[in-house]
Each structure stands twice: as C-alpha cells, then as structure tokens.
Design a protein around this ligand. Structure first.
Ligand code: UFG
Length: 330
C-alpha cells in the first residue's frame, strides 16, 4: 500500500536527520522542515527542505495543503538543559508553544498522526533512577517541563479527537550514522560522549567529570546511552504502529542498562588509543545519580529491537564523526 508523505520537523538536527535517512532508505516520501538556527543544511542530504519555523501556522498550513502529508515527526526543539535554566521562555516558546501551533496546523489540515520527541528529562530525579512510563513525572529543569507540557497537549488532543500520536522519551542519545554521512554536529556541545570525543581529537583541552561522590558503583553518574540509529529505528517502528491503527501511547527509548561517566571515558580512550586529560569537578546542578529506562513497553508494543546496544559501538561511531568534522567542518 502506498502512503502519504511524512513531514519531519527539525530534520537538519541531530536525531531528526538520522530518522530522515532511515525513512528515505525504506522508500518513504519525506519532506524536511528546519529553521536552521541550530541545524545544518548538509544534514538533510537529498530530501527537500523547507526553511522555516514549525510554529508558523501560515507556513505549515501551506505545506500541509501542498504536500499531501498524513504524518508528522516532530524533532524541532531547543535541547540544551543548562540553557533552559537561564532562558526558560525560549524553551517554552520553541518547544511548547511551537508544538501547540504545529498541532493546531495539523488539526486544521486533517493530519492525524504524529511522532513526538520527548525526553527522560520529564522524569526529573526519580528515586532509584529506574524509569518506567507510569512513574510520576517531575521534571527538574525548564527543558523537561517544556517537553512534559507538550506531551500533555498531545494526550489531551488525542482524547478529544481522532488524532493519535506516539511520544518517545529518549534516554541519552549518542553516536552517529554507521556509514559516516551525518552525526552530532551541535556547537557548544554539553553531552558527555560528544564532549569526550571533542577532547580526544584536541578540540577541547580536557573533559570534566561532574561529581565523583554519587551513590553509584564508581561514584560517577550512570546513564542509559542509546545509539542514535536505534533511536531512529524506534521512529520507524512508531510509524508502522500508527499506520496499523495503534492507540496514542508513550514509550521510553533506552537499553535498560547504564554506564558511568568513568566507563564512558575509558571507552573513548580505548577506542581512540590515546589518553584524555580528565578533571574531577563538583556535581552539576540538577543531575540525578542514575537514569535508566525500563523499556519493556516499546519492545512489546512497537516491536523495537535494538541492534547497536554496545557502548564501544556508540563511541566508535561518535569518534569517527568527530574526526570527520575535524577534516571537513560543518
Ligand atoms: N557529564 C560529565 N561531564 C561532562 C558532561 C556530562 O561528567 O562534560 C556527566 C553528567 O554529570 C551525567 C552524564 O555525564 O552524569 C551524562 O550527562 P549528559 O550531559 O551527557 O546528559 P544528561 O544525562 O544530562 O542529559 C540527558 C539528555 C537530555 C535530557 C537529560 C535529562 O541528553 O536531553 O538527560 O536528565 F534532558
């Protein structure tokens, strides 16, 4: 059966661009939209790209009218947690208000399926650090709150109409396209694996460990690092689920086990074959000791089957990309 086109918002960003490639490789009709504030035109490769804001209802109404879209995958967002603390209105504007406008445009145009990029940040600082989807939601920063309010909007809209969505709560997404075409190119990156790869290729003088006195096996923070290609696969599975008539749902997207900061840094040094300058620093405000997904639901309901659940594989792809960026900067 032939399907209509999929609009990918934030398609020039890190996760959106990886999903775009997977959708194209299975022959889906795709249309990319990105305002290119933090995304990169090069990341979109061969898809048609509209440069604009997803919160621009006039633009979106025209796009929906002209391109025969029946599904939206919504990645466009501001994603830097510390920045969200200093500039919360930017996050409520770019993430929550823009999602509201996008949803309004969808409803007016008869678009009834959406896959949403949510985050483990909606859980905040859960006791025990293991998150299942039924856990109380208590974000501890404006980024997490902006995503949670968006989830509530989607839930309420689905309850009041024939609109259906899948919200994917990503854990720590890392790594890059195994073919080396695209990767994480974020400027002023703050995420551990990206930062460590930048340090090992000499783009930074050192990498910091934020806190060595956590109640974890080696005292450093533990996270559920998930390969961006597996995250992308979850979106393809979510699309199939919605097309089969699946009900509105929220799923964690993680491997259900974690690695400490020290383990990550060891992996980076092992893969690179060189040594990092590591500085032990105080804890970063708002960081939980441990954050790990329970992910039975995404496996059983979406049929998600991760293929790259291996820290060294994640780090290897991230490092290859970092080296490529050094040779050919974006
Ligand atoms: N860390 C360091 N040094 C660094 C960067 C990070 O020690 O230079 C540590 C952090 O303290 C934490 C772990 O590495 O223990 C991972 O930190 P990241 O910044 O890579 O990622 P976070 O766990 O803070 O962020 C993730 C997602 C966000 C999400 C957040 C919510 O990437 O999108 O979880 O908790 F909002």
């Amino acid at each position: 059966m032939s399907h209509k086109a999929i609009l990918i918002t934030g398609a020039a960003g890190y996760i959106g661009s990886h999903v775009l490639l997977q959708l194209q490789s299975r022959g889906e009709q795709v249309l990319a939209i990105d305002n290119l504030h933090t995304g990169f035109r090069q990341a979109v490769l061969s898809a048609p790209l509209i440069v604009g804001d997803v919160g621009d209802r006039e633009l979106l109404t025209g796009v929906f009218r002209e391109h025969g879209i029946d599904t939206v995958m919504h990645f466009a967002a501001s994603t830097i947690v510390p920045e969200s603390v200093h500039d919360p209105l930017k996050y409520y504007g770019n993430n929550t208000c823009a999602t509201r406008n996008l949803l309004d445009s969808c409803m007016r145009a008869g678009v009834r399926q959406l896959v949403f990029s949510s985050s483990a940040a909606v859980y905040g600082n859960p006791a025990g650090g293991i998150c299942d989807e039924e856990l109380a939601l208590a974000p501890v920063n404006p980024y997490g709150s902006s995503k949670l309010v968006s989830e509530w909007m989607l839930r309420d809209q689905a309850a009041s109409s024939d609109f259906r969505y899948v919200s994917l709560r990503y854990f720590n997404v890392a790594g890059s396209d195994l073919q080396g075409r695209i990767g994480q190119s974020t400027r002023a990156a703050t995420l551990l694996i990206k930062v460590a790869c930048e340090a090992i290729v000499g783009k930074r003088p050192h990498v910091a460990i934020f806190g060595t006195d956590y109640d974890t096996p080696d005292g450093t923070g533990v996270r559920d690092y998930v390969h961006v290609e597996d995250v992308a696969r979850a979106h393809v599975d979510a699309l199939d689920y919605l097309r089969r008539g699946g009900a509105a749902a929220v799923f964690n997207c993680g491997y259900s086990h974690g690695y400490s900061v020290r383990e990550v840094l060891e992996s980076v040094q092992r893969i690179a074959g060189s040594t990092l300058v590591v500085r032990e620093e105080p804890r970063r405000a708002g960081d939980p000791p441990t954050l790990i997904a329970r992910a039975e639901r995404i496996r059983s309901q979406l049929g998600w089957t991760p293929q790259l659940d291996n820290l060294d594989t994640i780090v290897d792809s991230a490092l290859r990309w970092e080296r490529k960026l050094q040779r050919e900067p974006w």
